[in-house]
Ligand binder design. Structure first.
Ligand code: CP
Ligand code: NVA
Length: 288
């Protein structure tokens, strides 16, 4: 059920379901009574008698919680205004692959796949990730996952665009438990210091289009550039990530299309990680 546009999440999910031998129904906002002419409660009650799982892209995160509460089948968050968990799985897989093969090999090669048997618990801890941008759904999903996995995280957001307090509390607890560093700042240069990865996203998320002019002004100085990475002191081998879709204001073409950028490997990994989620929840029925 998608109440907002999608290229990657939709196509990754539909093709992954086909590979697993299932069939996906794409239900957009114009197709079904998605909380408009019928309550979410009634919708999910009916749908979950007919399907094995629901992938839902919603506006308010409370909608995902409502769906999950009343569904009889697994509900997967395909993006809400607070979180985008399947995106971060793809980012983590990409970091894992690059830790094994820094030169971005053709991962379809069987030789590379055998190397992937190394556990992510060995490749991810200790990585230093810098976020430069909005305190949005993407960085909030990074905050509830990366410190837990032993990764250092620095987050630079402009004043007024901070992450939610509850998310920050979770990140702080996780960072403390795993002994990692967590930094929140308004200074992009401070955030990128020593970074293995510099990550950003659009400054104008879906549903915020009317705030565009104000946001572009407020995010001045936050565009990811080679100069930012150099002056801030990112590691020599730093890489750039972005969930896409990308606009030029948040990162220059020079960085986005450079050999530092792993955005297309990251985008492809949406498919393999979503396939793994579907396999776990719908095929193996393992909910841990
Ligand atoms: N990254 C991402 O979720 O892209 P889509 O909005 O195209 O699904
Ligand atoms: N923050 C963006 C992510 C898009 C995948 C949005 O919510 O629109």
């Amino acid at each position: 059920m998608f109440s907002k546009r999608s290229t990657r999440t939709r196509v990754a999910t539909e093709t992954a379901i086909t590979h697993l031998g299932g069939r996906a129904l794409f239900l957009g906002a114009q197709d079904i009574q998605l909380g408009v002419n019928e309550t979410l409660y009634d919708t999910v009650h009916v749908l979950s008698t007919m399907v094995d799982g629901i992938m839902a892209r919603v506006g308010p995160h409370a909608d995902i919680e409502t769906l999950a509460k009343y569904s009889r089948v697994p509900v997967i968050n395909a993006l809400s205004d607070q979180f985008h968990p399947t995106q971060i799985l793809a980012d983590l897989l990409t970091m894992h692959e690059l830790a094994i093969h820094p030169s971005q090999p053709d991962v379809a090669g069987t030789e590379q796949y055998s190397a992937h048997r190394m556990a992510p618990s060995k490749t991810l801890p200790g990585l230093r990730v810098a976020w430069v941008g909005d305190g949005n759904n993407i960085v909030q999903s990074m905050l509830v996952s990366m410190p837990k996995l032993g990764m250092h995280l620095s987050v630079a957001t402009p004043p007024g665009y901070a992450v939610a307090d509850a998310v920050l509390r979770t990140a702080e607890e996780d960072a403390k438990a795993s002994g990692t560093e967590l930094l929140l700042t308004h200074d992009p240069l401070e955030a990128v210091r020593g970074a293995d990865y510099i990550v950003t996203d659009t400054w104008v998320s879906m549903g915020q289009e009317e705030e565009k002019a104000r946001r572009l002004a407020d995010f001045a100085g936050y565009q990811v550039t080679f100069d930012m990475a150099k002056r801030g002191g990112a590691k020599p081998g730093w890489k750039f990530m972005h969930c896409l879709p990308r606009k030029p204001e948040e990162v220059t073409d020079e960085v986005f299309y450079s050999d530092k950028s792993v955005v297309f490997q990251e985008a492809e990994n949406r498919k393999w990680t979503i396939m793994a989620v579907l396999d776990a929840l719908l095929v193996r029925k393992s909910y841990d």
